[in-house]
Design a protein around this ligand. Structure first.
Ligand code: UGA
Length: 425
């Protein structure tokens, strides 16, 4: 099928490469010319395991191309997948500016019978609103559908190729059938399809993220309690996770990134406007940001104050196997430490050293041991596999002090203490 993808971010680029790989002809558009030039030559402007290889394969097949002109992509497409970002405005509402522009471009350029498919995470009712805008200026038949994206950064290709579910919201059975045809090879591979109206599909997305975020906050409070009563927090998490109704939830310094914090905030606001007070979500949000203060307080107590101390931060990304630092707990800690007069050396396998431009005073090292050289304490904030594999004797020798703060319960307390460190969680 002939498809357009509008928006070349994590979701857009992955979706474009995957759709081309399963046999469709795909044009991916983004207004950022530099980004489009990079992607056209097979370079991915962010770190996502496996994506450069899949992108290059799809480009080589001749089925994937890029353009900086949305209209050009829309004109040719049977289905236009909208993957632009929907950030939060200062008043807490979702900024629908980019998505509205896509709807306007669709209205002016779409083929007869084309479908605008919303993959971006949006408040309930957005598809209906966009349908209204398009009806005002379109001369041709069209449909609007909601097909929320569930891929997670770091596993984006796997999540897209073998999703547990594909949610399709649309008013007409013919539109649902068209979207099912796009996913045919993936559905044949075992993905379940759930169909509904657009508003239901829209709520499924924000509610799923909010539910997952809430589980993490509850797990984090249980872990804090486990530390206080002398239980093993990770042992508690693994033991609970064996109950299939619960599943594994990893405790740590709280959720971050471009999705959970934003979607929890958005659902809280949307609920309030609709007359639903999400008290559980409010608590989950408060508990999440408490984790960040807590780790700072635990470090400060262990050091007897952080001012003038030299501290290494292991892992700056919001989770491993990504270079994304949006609302990252590690970055919050860096800022708190710099603000209170500590010297901070960061190390992350993928986060670019240009991060120092936004955090003056932060120094970036090129390895964990380099970051740890001469420090009073090391704080692990993101569980990249290489940190667990570090040679602890070399780490101890590099450091001046012996405080190891494990924000993600990566190490075993006993092993760390046997090596002569003070283990803080
Ligand atoms: C999340 C959802 O998992 C995706 O399904 C969704 O499509 C995506 O948001 C989105 O809305 O676009 P993502 O933010 O990439 O994906 O990452 P997750 O792996 O869900 O992690 C989110 C945060 O929760 C991270 O900070 C991570 O460290 C934390 N987390 C996750 C935990 O603390 N414990 C866990 O057990 C899992």
């Amino acid at each position: 099928m002939q498809l357009a993808i509008i928006g070349a971010g994590w979701v857009g680029v992955t979706t474009a490469a995957v759709f081309a790989d399963i046999g469709h002809t795909v044009i991916c558009a983004d207004l950022n010319v530099e980004r489009i030039q990079q992607l056209s030559t097979g370079q991915v402007p962010f770190f996502e395991p496996g994506l450069p290889t899949l992108l290059q394969k799809s480009l080589a097949s001749g089925r994937l191309s890029f353009t900086a002109n949305n209209a050009e992509a829309i004109k040719q497409a049977e289905l236009v997948f909208c993957c632009v970002s929907t950030p939060t405005l200062a008043d807490g509402r979702t900024d629908l500016n980019a998505i509205t522009q896509v709807a306007q471009a669709f209205a002016q350029n779409h083929r007869a019978g084309a479908v605008l498919v919303i993959k971006s995470t949006v408040p309930a009712g957005t598809a209906a609103t966009l349908r209204g805008y398009i009806t005002e200026s379109s001369q041709q038949p069209f449909a609007v559908a909601s097909n929320p994206e569930f891929l997670a950064e770091s596993t984006a290709i796997h999540d897209s190729m073998t999703p547990s579910r594909i949610v399709i919201g649309a008013d007409e059975p013919a539109t649902i059938d068209m979207i099912k045809r796009v996913y045919e090879p993936i559905i044949k591979n075992g993905a379940q399809v759930f169909t509904s109206d657009c508003a239901t599909a829209e709520v499924i997305k924000t509610a799923s993220n909010s539910f997952l975020a809430t589980r993490i906050s509850l797990m984090n409070q249980i872990a804090n309690y486990a530390v206080q009563v002398g239980a093993d927090p990770m042992g508690v998490a693994v033991g609970m996770g064996l109950d299939l109704r619960i599943g594994m939830v990893r405790p740590g310094v709280g959720y971050g990134g471009g999705c959970f914090p934003k979607d929890v905030e958005a659902l809280l606001g949307e609920g309030e406007r609709a007359g639903t007070v999400f008290t559980v979500l409010q608590a989950a949000q408060t508990a999440n940001y408490f984790q960040r203060t807590r780790i700072y307080d635990r470090l400060s107590a262990a050091l007897g104050g952080v001012a003038g101390k030299r501290i290494a931060i292991f892992g700056l990304a919001f989770k491993p196997k990504t270079d994304d630092v949006r609302d990252s707990p590690a970055v919050t800690l860096v800022d708190q430490l710099l603000h209170t007069g500590a010297q901070v050396v960061g190390y992350d396998p993928q986060v670019k050293s240009t991060i120092v431009n936004e955090h003056p005073g932060l120094v970036m090292a090129t390895s964990a041991l380099e970051a740890a050289t001469g420090v009073d304490a090391v704080v692990l904030m993101c569980e990249w596999p290489e940190f667990k594999e570090l040679d602890l004797s070399s780490l101890k020798q590099s450091m001046k002090g012996r405080i190891l703060v494990d924000g993600r319960y990566v190490w075993s307390k006993k092993i760390i203490e046997d090596k002569g460190f003070i283990y803080v969680t």
